[in-house]
Design a protein around this ligand. Sequence first.
Ligand code: 4NP
Length: 155
Amino acid sequence: MKILMVCLGNICRSPMADGLLRKKVEENGLNIVVDSAGTSAYHVGEAPDSRMRKTAHEMGTPIDSLRARQFRQADFDDFDLIYAMDKSNYNNILQLARNDEDKQKVKLILNESNPNMNLEVPDPWYGGEQGFYDVYNMLDEATDVIINKLIHGER
Ligand code: 4NP
């Protein structure tokens, strides 16, 4: 099983989702690969945003070693599940899908914690510090649901 987290820049939301799920996978001794990517190429090669890293540290899930990369069509072959942080990311990923199998891999991540509501993880880039804590808490909750499904074989 391989799971990919995707946002716009791959420096705030998706690395946080990646770090949280990676930690929970390790804690539970599961054989699951977790990675993240951005739909844009704006920040390729960069470490996560310093504000996201600070929140991640404070909350106990450091993400300093992650580096941004761009989502690519081959990710549909390499990953079983692709979680988009918001609807814009979701639509941008679907535009690269080649067939129904590709499309079915793509989900909005907050539908895990809030089924069928199509909620979005807000882009924290232009906002204040609280936005980064909000992102952390939403993704902590969503990745708890994901890890529980993985533990119980529902994924
Ligand atoms: P992310 O946040 O998509 O959660 O990584 C953003 C990072 C950078 C930009 C926008 C959103 N930007 O416009 O550069």
